[in-house]
Design a protein around this ligand. Structure first.
Ligand SMILES: Nc1ncnc2c1ncn2[C@@H]1O[C@H](COP(=O)(O)OP(=O)(O)OP(=O)(O)O)[C@@H](O)[C@H]1O
Length: 250
């Protein structure tokens, strides 16, 4: 399902606009990252796509329909995994099904299968307090994908993880998004992460922000971390870094 951001502006009361004239079209099954300085409005843009907030001007369309409230096809993954402490990992992953009604046998198998896919087959009866940050991120990813959302919105999902765990999670996400193929919009401060995972990277400028640059990332998939040492990769990272700096000066 495609996402269209059509001349979107956002202004909180009496303040200078946060976002002004943001335009973008994200194709079905495309993986796009948004990078930009802190406070440039990335989370606000994601919330508007999720239907959690309305633009002051312009509109957002998903699959050709205007977004004015949260939609079933869209799943949102927060920076900090939001898990219920009194439920096991399996029960947490089953939550989207429970919210739809009674859990069927087939859905239980599906939940176990997806926990297996993220490497947690041995841990599904544990409670969140018994788990590491990386395990909790895996559960959040499993829960996000279990309903096979058409649109996956991720707001710095790996920012709180240590470097090695973050690499593992990037690998999991790369693998799973190739399998499930949701249209993904991913926010990150990590330029390397954006280049590694994305088909395209958008750079947001400073307030009032708009998309000041857009880079297509040409590497074949599946992608591996060794790519980070390739000259073309480091060159792209450098250019994006300079774009963010230039964006601030614009
Ligand atoms: N509900 C709100 N009311 C007023 N101002 C808000 C509200 N939500 C966000 N803002 C302001 O909008 C600006 C953009 O915030 P947003 O969280 O979208 O930026 P961001 O680019 O995601 O930042 P970060 O990278 O630090 O997470 C910030 O200055 C923030 O203080």
């Amino acid at each position: 399902m495609e996402v269209v951001i059509n001349d979107v502006s956002l202004c909180f009361q009496k303040e200078k606009p946060i976002l002004k004239h943001v335009n973008a079209k994200i194709d079905s099954q495309e993986f796009v990252s948004m990078i930009g300085k802190s406070g440039s409005g990335k989370t606000s843009l994601l919330k508007m796509i999720a239907g959690l907030m309305r633009p002051t001007e312009g509109e957002i369309e998903i699959g050709g329909e205007k977004v004015d409230s949260p939609r079933d096809e869209v799943t949102y993954v927060f920076q900090k995994p939001v898990l219920l402490e009194w439920r096991t990992l399996l029960e947490n992953v089953l939550l989207p099904y429970e919210l739809q009604g009674h859990v069927q046998e087939e859905q239980l198998s599906r939940a176990k299968e997806i926990l297996d896919l993220v490497g947690l087959s041995q841990d599904m009866d544990k409670y969140p307090h018994e788990c590491s940050g990386g395990m909790l991120s895996r559960v959040a990813l499993a829960r996000a994908l279990i309903t096979e959302p058409k649109i996956l919105l991720m707001d710095e999902p790996f920012a709180a993880l240590d470097a090695l765990t973050k690499e593992q999670m990037q690998h999991e996400l790369e693998r799973l998004s190739q399998q499930f193929k949701p249209t993904t919009i991913f926010i990150t401060h990590d330029i390397q992460e954006a280049v590694l995972l994305s088909d395209r990277v958008f750079v947001l400028g400073e307030r009032p922000a708009r998309i000041v640059a857009e880079y297509a990332i040409p590497f074949d998939r599946p992608r591996h971390h060794e790519l980070k040492f390739e000259p073309q990769f480091t060159q792209l990272v450098r250019e994006l870094y300079q774009e963010i700096e230039r964006g601030s000066a614009r």
